[in-house]
Design a protein around this ligand. Structure first.
Ligand SMILES: NC(=O)c1ccc[n+]([C@@H]2O[C@H](COP(=O)([O-])OP(=O)(O)OC[C@H]3O[C@@H](n4cnc5c(N)ncnc54)[C@H](O)[C@@H]3O)[C@@H](O)[C@H]2O)c1
Length: 335
């Protein structure tokens, strides 16, 4: 740590890595020392934009003893190994979701390092959205009593490119719904004992030629009787639809959609307002910064809550079981 700044090496400068690079470089608690990216054009460009050093191989970050923390934003298949190597190099770790793609490897990692003394923070950024965090605070205050039902609506404005859908069969569960499953666990406060999912294809052949699941529902049931329902779609013509509702014995609390403005136009026969924010980069812009604030606080030894290695494992497990349920068209008992 130099002059109270956490010295960080970023791994991966693709879509989300470039966004993290920008946010990390602007953060007063961070010194972004390296950007590791095998694609030299991309890595060089992102590193230059944020005044950092481009390297091709993350090994240089791991062997530099002055680096405090590793920030992993490479593809999902690299995550488990990079987390393990970062821990073995005695670094604090931030890793984008998911924690990996192979549950056996993830379980081995969790078994070995669940009690590692430095933060291992999994990038479930939605927990750091101001509205969702406020909703959680209200739930925890007891204002709505005992949690009985959680409803999560999660719809993307448009689907990913065809090559991406092809490369990630069933990906709606482990790529996007995994965020909602993390939110579900966070709000239910107990682990589900059963999952039942449905999934279907509604999009045109042009955007979904392989008839991949592009819409899904997931129901999680807990031992206490508390239930969470998630509905997700890869297409919503009206924008990025992100709503959470928690219903309890004493009331109900909602985190509603964010519009592009809060302005409403009232006329004789209608009330109009601006469209929803377009996608996660806009809707969760401040959440990506808040997760850095929390990571810095955790590295400084402050007592803060964040999604850890075990949370990453549980959300991955639930996403795989939810996909299994959709494919088998029946409920799956968990545990
Ligand atoms: N939390 C969120 O909101 C959010 C949003 C988007 C993506 N993600 C997650 O972030 C991860 C990356 O997604 P993306 O969309 O940025 O992918 P991407 O393909 O755009 O970027 C990944 C980058 O990592 C590089 N890379 C590959 N192997 C590497 C290695 N060993 N070391 C260093 N760099 C390596 C690739 O060259 C590429 O530039 C995924 O796990 C994805 O699920 C999270």
């Amino acid at each position: 740590m130099t002059a109270n700044k956490i010295k960080v090496g970023l791994i991966g400068a693709g879509f989300i890595g470039a966004l993290h690079a920008k946010n990390l470089s602007r953060h007063p608690g961070i010194e972004l020392a390296y950007v590791a990216e095998p694609n030299s054009d991309l890595g060089g460009k992102v590193a230059a934009e944020v005044g950092s050093k481009w390297i091709a191989d993350p090994a240089e970050i791991l062997s530099d003893s002055s680096v405090d923390a590793v920030w992993i934003a490479s593809p999902a298949s690299t995550h488990t190994d990079l987390i393990r190597r970062s821990i073995e190099a005695n670094k604090a770790v931030f890793c984008e979701k998911p924690v990996g793609m192979d549950l056996v490897e993830v379980d081995a990692l969790v078994d070995k390092y669940e009690d590692y003394g430095k933060p291992v923070f999994i990038g479930f950024n939605r927990r750091f959205d101001g509205s969702h965090a406020r909703l959680k605070e209200i739930v925890e205050s007891g204002a709505i009593g005992k949690v009985e039902m959680v409803s999560i609506t999660s719809r993307d404005p448009n689907p990913p490119p065809v090559y991406y859908m092809k490369a990630t069969p069933g990906g709606i569960f482990y790529d996007t719904i995994i965020h909602d499953l993390d939110i579900a666990r966070w709000l239910l406060g107990e682990e589900p004992v059963e999952v039942y999912s449905t999934a279907s294809c509604h999009l045109d052949n042009e955007v979904n030629p392989d008839r991949e699941y592009d819409a899904a529902t997931v129901t999680l049931k807990c031992a206490s009787g508390a239930v969470c329902q998630i509905t997700a779609s890869r297409r919503a013509v009206y924008g990025y639809d992100q709503r959470i509702e928690v219903f309890g014995s004493k009331g109900m609390v909602q985190s509603e959609n964010h519009g592009q403005s809060n302005v409403k136009l009232y006329q004789q026969d209608s009330i109009k307002q601006d469209p929803l924010q377009n996608f996660f980069i806009d809707r969760y812009a401040t959440a990506y910064v808040s997760e850095i604030d929390t990571f810095v606080a955790a590295c400084r030894g402050e007592k803060v809550d964040f999604p850890n290695l075990k949370d990453g494992r549980e959300a991955l497990f639930l996403s795989f079981e939810a996909l299994k349920s959709a494919r088998s068209d029946g409920p799956v008992r968990l545990g």
